[in-house]
Each structure stands twice: as C-alpha cells, then as structure tokens.
Design a protein around this ligand. Sequence first.
Ligand SMILES: [Zn+2]
Length: 592
Amino acid sequence: MTRTTVYPARRILTMNPAQPEATHVAVRDGRILAVGDAARMAAWGPFTLDERFADCVLMPGFVEGHCHLKEGGMWDRPYLGWFDRQDPDGRVWPGTRTLDAVVQRLSALDAEMSSAGQPADAPLIVWGFDPIYFSGERMNALHLDAVGRPPGNPPGQARRPIVIAHANGHLLTVNSVMLRAAGITAETEVEGVMKFEAGPLAGQPNGELQEPAAMYLVLRQIGPAGLLAPMNDVGMHNFGRIACLHGVTTATDLVNRLGEAELAVLEKHCNQADYPVRIVPAFQAFHGSQGAAQGAELVRSLTGRSTDRLRLGLVKMMLDGSIQGFSGRLRWPGYFKHPNAGGAGAASDNQNATHKGIWVTAPAQFEADFETYHRAGLQVHTHTNGDEASEVAINAIERVLARAPRPDHRHTLQHGQMIDTALFRRMAALGLCANLFSNHLWYWGDQHHDITIGPDRAHRLNACRSALDAGVALAIHSDAPVTPLAPLFTAWCAVNRLTPSGRVLGAAEALTVPEALRAITLGAAWTLKLDAEIGSIECGKRADFAVLRDDPLALPPAQLKDVRVWGTVLSGRVFEAGPSASASASAPAVAL
Ligand SMILES: [Zn+2]
C-alpha cells in the first residue's frame, strides 16, 4: 500500500503564487501530494503524521544553478584563501592576509611534506588564493622562491615546485622551480604566460599563468589540479554533506568531461538512495579533444542514462576568463587599473589592447560550436564574465537563432557580471536566461570598485534588478568552490549588495528577499529546465525541501545569510545536516 506522510511546519513558503503559504505538506512516493492545512491533508485518506519539522520553515529545496562538485573535492589540498572558510567537517581554515603569511604558510606545508617523507621535488599545490586582495606588489614567482628559505639565505636551493591555484579557477601562480620544470622561459609565446614588464627581469616569465592554454604547461607536468581534477569518492561524499548543510537539493557540476571514468563516479554515488543531492552535470564543450559534432552526439547519447538524482544533457561553453584575474573580456574602456601597468596604484592603462582580457574560446569558434549544440536540440550554458564576452555571446546566439529558430531553448549566460540594461533587453527578446554571480558583490566587490572596473561599472555589477525588469529569467549563484556553496548567502548578497568595506554597490540593483528566494529555487530550476519538477512546493512536484530553523521572511534582510538550516528532503527522503535537530522523528533521518 502506498504510504502518505504529512509534515506540519511552522510555515511553508511554497514559491507557488496560487498558494504562497501553507502549514502542511503531504508526501507520497517521493512527490508532493497536497499542500495546505490539516483538513486538506485528511482529504487524501490515511497518513502518517511526522512532526519533526513542526518548528521549522519549509522552502523548496535550494537549486544551485552554477557550482562545481569540486566544492567537495578541493579539501585534499591546503586552502590558502583570503577569507576564512569552513570545510565539510566544519573546521574553519583561517584566511591568509599578508604575503609574508602566505610564504610562512607555504614554508610550513613544505616542511610538513618533507617530514612526511615526500620527495623533495613533489609539487606543493594549494588553492583558494587571490593576489588582488594584497596591497602593494602582485605576488609572483620571486615571492614564492622565498618559501623554505631561512632569512638571509640566498635563493636557488629550493627544489619543490609550488603551484598556487587562484580562487577564480582561471589562474595559477608558480615558483621558479615549477617554471623551469614546465619549460616556461622568456621565449615561451603562449597567451596567458605573464612576464615582467619592467625592471631587471623584464621579459622573463613572472610565474603567473592565465587561462587554460598557459595553465596547461604546468598541469601537463603535475596532472590535473583544481577545478579540472577528477572527482573521487571522498569528494562526492563531501559535496553531499556541504549541500545538505546549506539546504541544497539540486546542484550543477558546470564543467564535466563526462567520460566513462567521470560517469562511473557520478553514477556510483547518485545511484545510492542515501546520496543527498541531485546532480546536474554539464558537458565541457571547450578545450576538449573532440569537436562539437562529437560532443553533441555524446551528450545526446547520455540523456538516456539520466535518473532522478543524476540529470544529463546540459552543455557548458566558455568565452572569456575572470574579471578579478584581468582575463575577463571587457568593452571600452577596459580595465580600470591593470596590475601590469606598473604596479598597484598605477594610472589606468585602458589604452593598452593587451589588457583587454583573454578569449578562452575564439568568438568565431564559439558561434560555430554553439550552433552545433543548438541544432542538436541541447541547452547551452555559456560562461561570460566581462561585458564584451556577454555582448559577443548575445550577437552570436542572435545569429544562430535567426538561422535555426527553436522555441524555449533556455540558453543561459553564466556569470554575466557586467551585463547592462540594453543587453538584458536583447537577452529577453532572444529568450536567454541569466544566472548572475551575486557572491562577487561581497567577495570581490571592493576590488571591482577600486581596481578592476572602477566605480561606474561596479555599481551595476550582477544587475539582478535590471535583469528582472527587462523580463529575463533570473538565477543567482556561488560558482563554488570559487566562493562557498550557500544559496541563502547568495540571496543575501543579491538583496544587500554589501562589500567587506561596508560599501553598498548599486542599491538600485538590489532584489527583495522574496525575489532572491525565488532566484535560488524556481529561478534556478527554470534555467535547468527542471521547473516542472522542482523549485516550488506544489502537487505533483518532487518532495524536495530546504528545512530551515529560522524564517527568512521574518528576519531583517541583513540577516538572511544567518538563517539556520536543519537539513533537506530530497524526493521524500529526509537528510539531517547537524546534531542540533530535534529527535521527534518517527523514522530516522539519514545522518550525514
Ligand atoms: Zn564555474
């Protein structure tokens, strides 16, 4: 006999405009049977009453439309970011806030590796760093060459290659040992291999490698690291824990090779009933070994392997780099203060064409490949950070749609950080969705204001209000592990638009709390074409809930990020995030 479970709650925020609030929800076969009051539950016949959420607020399970499973898989490497960061076990790694502290931390890790018996030339790889937070000189190989060197000793004795993966996933900084091992010299003519522009070392590589072509010179020596490293069992488990801790029931993995090895890892975990999150991987349709026609054929052939917890079929393309890494493609007037223009604080260098950013995919190639995936009936998500990249994507997609019209394609621009009102109007006309990177307002908002793009454009960064006003379907995201996975924090960013220095960036672009909550549920579900199944609490949809201990609509908007999460429900299965939950359960939750 089919069992029905009824959950009463303090408040249920449904995201269904026909019935925005309720006190009870009935679940049968992993789906939502009824939403309303106690009487409406009883009309469906006998049920089991489960009161464990009686003091909680239920929302639709949060949908992270742009993150990477590596959020759970980075923790086998030391974290070296500016901000404190919590790992999947709840341990907080303190931020590293001076270049001296960076060198000290690396020296300690170098010594740990040596005393653990690791060979002297085994690479030390850390992640989460960003030189833009450090005032003064931008970190380069010479700073790293001091690692492991007692004060006063000459350089040149270190043997250990050091590789620092930047938080944005687009850049590496390496020491001189690594440069030599990778064969990178003054003669290396690869775009993104940065060189000293002045001084005695002018023309020599400075240790910074921007974007895949340059990073590949190192990665081919040390193996894939950072976002491109393959997932393992521990990483998948950790990702599930982090998702549950933050109320996420559906999450993308927005760059995945989807080879048999990657699929085996995904299927192994997603096929287990106690895996707490639905994964939507997107095929890496750039820098692959195969052409677009082959890629489209692969993705189409994989859709038949989709299950409830593993959804295949998305395609990810990539146009430019990262704004804080100065590799995003910007329209006139380009970057505000470029680090290679003579050091921090130097005058604007926007006249120099070499400082306009990097095309990860050449625009003509993008248009051709996009058309192939589009004609194959697939949905394409395109990374565009700078406004030139967004405009180039919109121009290309406009031409493709003119040649091959297709209703309800829901192609989505990912990040779209500098999109302005005029571009949003064009996106609306083309049926393009936007998934904006609201977390940037906090994590890099001050740097965008003061260094990368300047105040004018920083105030319209991640312009959520303009997107909605133009009629563009909107989601907001973390791009974890670039910034931590936590949709309520992302919503807080979109509502408050606050930076660490206390600045409010473009108050006119703020969302209301209900709009932000919609963006992390139904809005994100829409961009994944999953809105018929998830994103709101209504009859027939999956029983996916974010179980909250505080009411996000009752707290002041400034406290939205502090809403406590009890856990989640995924297709009717209950997952408890922490030990603080009530013990009134009639059936045990899966402990994570
Ligand atoms: Zn990403």
